[in-house]
Design a protein around this ligand. Structure first.
Ligand SMILES: Nc1ncnc2c1ncn2[C@@H]1O[C@H](COP(=O)(O)OP(=O)(O)O)[C@@H](O)[C@H]1O
Ligand SMILES: O=C(CO)[C@@H](O)[C@H](O)COP(=O)(O)O
Length: 556
């Protein structure tokens, strides 16, 4: 009835065709942000008022089951090598673009696109691939035309921890772990791209010699939109153990230590807010993008999240995606043996510090499946049914070799500090989540971060939609937790960065996001939380040291 009366109000003169009504002609004013993350490709569209008006995703395991990934990756037999099929990422992009077309998405309204990618992963383009990229036929999907363009079909990703020999070699070449950290922002880490490239060169020299270009996941995705090789940006480039973070040039010593003729395969890095070109004619012809649509350099998912959360100096961001990461804005870099310093993605003068925890969402999912009937609801009820501090029971859950700290296995300790083999169900669930957040606070404080009464925690990633988890985060840190409307802050950050790129680097990022929705309050610490965790945090740190010394063996 209501529909009928609304319809009858439209007069003959004022009638417009349905297409015109839905898609009024206007200059391109919107931006698109992509995220090529571990488990899925996601996209959001943001309008000139900084509102997200469209979002969608393609999930690798469930939407592209033919690639047989688990959590978006393949863990190889050695259990250290972890890869993803590069064609799966391209096929996911094809699928997502087709879905957008079916949704009548107005590609012509796009002023610019930018994006994010899981950090550290590398893509190996075969000689001749640039020709294929530049000559794509609009009649076919990308994956059908780019099949033969890679010298490695399986790209090493951030979960890989198989490059310990290459790491030691790189550190030795530049004068040790601290020297490498001072130069590149991090000591050598197995997942960092330079060490991954060194392994490819050493173990698969034929593939290396056939490679004309090496991209990060972020610059690989940008290359698809550009129809040409896109440069690596300073911020994601900082996750390679190759870029001198002060001078923003490749370190010749590090390049030489990893593989020959590497600089020509990487291309020159660029500031993160650079416009790297206009959209490839393929996208104009196949999807109707505006031919002037700009491509702004893609960056890492964590730097993009910093932008999406509008992180300010003093705030601390906690991303609960496949990995858990914690990051802060830094004015002066003080690289150490723990954590990473990256170039800042929105302010070329500044930096960001990051800690990465590998046993994040996938570990929580495992415990949920083992103890809470595969239900987040039940998992959350267990958190709510247990007391802050968990009666002094503490747990460590690292089913895969953790990055911070380097420990593997599950360890449980009762209130007297004795190791026990099991906890009751609800205690186990709280021990997992409390332990994960205590580790984050302890390691952030080792980097010099201090929680103050004004500390704001900004949470994002899939698990940030779980209020019981956020409550534990607020209690352990003794700080208020805020969330953005979307759990996809990397995508939203990519779209904000697309605007930033088109406005120009002279416009401060804070101006670009002046009217963007502000993060909303999600949890405040419970009374008494500070007293509980004041006692528990040093105990957790001590036990972590105990496990480390037991698993590393006696120090010589
Ligand atoms: N309600 C929830 N409670 C806790 N975790 C959740 C919930 N919903 C989703 N997640 C977690 O979010 C993870 C995905 O996070 P997301 O940020 O989308 O990942 P990525 O960007 O790395 O692909 C899943 O692995 C899942 O464990
Ligand atoms: O290795 C790191 C950061 O150093 C990871 O944070 C990856 O960037 C993967 O991100 P998600 O897919 O978990 O968001």
């Amino acid at each position: 009835m209501e529909e009928e009366s609304e319809g009858s109000e439209v007069s003959e003169e004022s009638e417009v065709s349905e297409a015109e009504f839905r898609e009024p002609f206007r200059c391109p004013v919107d931006c698109l942000g992509w995220d090529f993350s571990t488990q899925q490709v996601k996209v959001v569209a943001v309008n000139g008022e900084m509102e997200v008006y469209y979002d969608s995703n393609v999930h690798f395991d469930s939407h592209l089951p033919e690639f047989r990934t688990v959590g978006g990756v393949h863990v190889q037999k050695d259990e250290l090598t972890v890869t993803s099929p590069v064609l799966m990422w391209i096929q996911a992009l094809d699928r997502l673009l087709e879905n957008m077309k079916e949704d009548c998405f107005n590609f012509a309204s796009l002023l610019a696109v930018s994006g994010a990618g899981q950090q550290h992963g590398s893509v190996y383009w075969k000689a001749g691939a640039s020709q294929a990229l530049a000559n794509l036929s609009p009649d076919l999907p990308l994956h059908e035309q780019l099949k033969a363009c890679f010298s490695l079909c399986d790209s090493p990703v951030w979960m890989d921890s198989s490059t310990t020999p290459q790491c030691r070699q790189l550190e030795a070449t530049v004068g040790g772990a601290q020297a490498l950290s001072c130069l590149t922002g991090s000591r050598a880490y197995e997942r960092f791209t330079g060490n991954q490239i060194a392994k490819v060169y050493q173990q698969n020299p034929v593939a290396y010699s056939q490679t004309e270009r090496i991209s990060l996941v972020s610059s690989f995705a940008a290359s698809l939109f550009l129809g040409a090789y896109a440069p690596i940006d300073y911020s994601d480039g900082s996750g390679m153990n190759l870029l001198q973070i002060h001078d923003k040039v490749w370190s010749q010593a590090c390049l030489n230590a990893c593989a020959p003729h590497l600089e020509e395969r990487l291309g020159q890095p660029v500031p993160s807010c650079s416009v790297v070109g206009t959209i490839s004619p393929y996208f104009v012809q196949r999807y109707g993008f505006h031919p002037d649509c700009k491509v702004v350099a893609f960056t890492g998912d964590n730097p993009a999240s910093l932008a999406g959360m509008q992180l300010k100096e003093g705030d601390i961001a906690v991303s609960l995606g496949t990995s858990d990461t914690l990051f802060v804005w830094l004015r002066e870099p003080t690289p150490s043996l723990e954590g990473h310093v990256f170039c800042n993605p929105v302010d070329p003068q500044h930096y960001m510090a990051l800690l990465c925890f590998k046993n994040g969402s996938l570990m929580r999912e495992k415990i949920r499946d083992e103890l809470a009937s595969c239900s987040w609801n039940e998992f959350s009820k267990a958190l709510q049914a247990t007391e802050m501090g968990n009666g002094g029971n503490l747990g460590f859950y690292f089913d895969v070799m953790e990055i911070t700290p380097e420990i593997t296995g599950r360890y449980r300790f009762n209130a007297d500090g004795y190791e026990v083999s099991a906890f009751p169900r609800d205690v186990e669930i709280r021990a997992l989540v409390e332990g994960q957040f205590m580790a984050k606070r302890i390691h952030a404080e080792r980097l010099g971060y201090r929680v103050t009464p004004r500390t704001k925690i900004l949470a994002t990633g899939g698990a940030s939609r779980n209020s019981a988890i956020l409550q534990v985060l607020a209690d352990v840190f003794g700080a208020t937790v805020y969330v953005t409307d979307t759990t996809n802050s990397a995508c939203v950050g990519a779209a904000y960065r697309a605007f930033h790129g088109t406005f120009g680097a002279d416009v401060p990022f804070s101006e670009v996001v002046r009217f963007a929705p502000r993060p909303k309050l999600a949890a405040t610490p419970n009374p008494g939380a500070a007293q509980v965790y004041e006692v528990l945090l040093p105990q957790y740190a001590k036990l972590e040291q105990r496990i480390l010394s037991q698993t590393r063996g006696p120090t010589k």
